[in-house]
Write a protein that binds this ligand. Structure first.
Ligand code: SAM
Length: 277
């Protein structure tokens, strides 16, 4: 067996052990980037062969957080792709205003920057008081950080321009309390979000929702898993509800292609078909 094939087999066995021992199933994630991340984990752990990590995976509970943090890519930014937030602000939030209560689901919320950005926008558009935001992820360490809502001051400063480009009406720093080089999100914003563990691979619909914002998550999944997850979103959305995907994600060639119609193709915003215009 040539070396690359052997490594592929080791990765397969590693993922099998992870799924069977801990219930985290990465077997239907896109292969190329997953391989890079498993190799990165082996490097961090200082092991020569990927199979050397299997006994640890089976026996050492303390190893799991490190595995998940390597494999799940919990990176995010506030107002990431500001043009998308601007499109949501101008094109979707006014439509959501017609509902007496608004429920929004952000699966794959990582460390919370995206739900906080959305909550700030809802606040500025006068909708936060009637909105419930659910932000979910499989990575519990990322969720704990998200729930804390504390970021390095320089990260918040660096996102100020994105906030303004997304149509921000104040200054991003108005939503944070800063001390000792760290900035904590305002309590009113923080309390509008429920953070919870939810696994898109294995769990059912999280809630009935008017908007699903799931960006830069499907890109890590193979088509079959993308189909499962999109079907979950379709099921959770009310008739005429909205779905927003990441810049490099689309509904094309998925099982849900005909269940949504584009509202804003450029910014990957779709409307669940079957509702009123
Ligand atoms: C690159 S981040 C995207 C963060 C945010 N949506 C954004 O665009 O800035 C991908 C997130 O998806 C989460 N994730 C990966 N697999 C998942 C799964 N099966 N269920 C739920 N979340 C998952 C990861 O833990 C990670 O936090």
């Amino acid at each position: 067996m040539i070396r690359d094939d052997l490594q592929d087999l080791e990765i397969q066995l590693f993922l099998e052990a992870l799924a069977l021992r801990h219930g985290y199933d990465f077997r239907r994630y896109a292969k190329a980037s997953l391989k890079r991340r498993v190799r990165g984990l082996a490097e961090t752990e200082g092991v020569r062969e990927i199979s050397d990590m299997i006994p640890r995976l089976l026996q050492d509970e303390g190893f799991l957080p490190s595995v998940l943090s390597h494999l799940s890519v919990p990176v995010s930014e506030m107002f990431r792709d500001p043009a998308v937030f601007l499109a949501l602000r101008r094109g979707v939030l006014p439509l959501l205003d017609s509902y007496p209560r608004i429920s929004i689901w952000l699966p794959g919320c990582a460390t919370g920057e995206e739900p906080y950005s959305l909550a700030i926008m809802l606040q500025e558009e006068g909708l936060l008081h009637k909105a419930q935001i659910y932000a979910t992820d499989i990575n519990d360490a990322a969720l704990a950080k998200a729930e804390e809502g504390i970021y390095p001051e320089k990260t918040v400063t660096a996102m100020a321009a994105a906030y303004l480009a997304a149509g921000g009406r104040k200054s991003l720093s108005d939503y944070f309390h800063t001390a000792y080089n760290f900035s904590k999100i305002d309590d009113q914003i923080r309390k509008s979000i429920v953070f919870a563990h939810h696994n898109l691979v294995a769990d059912g619909v999280f809630c009935e929702t008017h908007l699903v914002l799931c960006r830069n998550v499907l890109i890590y999944f193979e088509r079959q898993l993308q189909n499962r997850v999109l079907e979950l979103f379709h099921e959770g959305l009310v008739r005429g509800g909205y779905l927003c995907l990441g810049n490099r994600e689309s509904l094309s060639f998925t099982s849900c292609e005909n269940l949504f119609r584009p509202l804003d193709r450029k910014h990957r915003i779709f409307k669940k078909a079957g509702g009123l215009a």
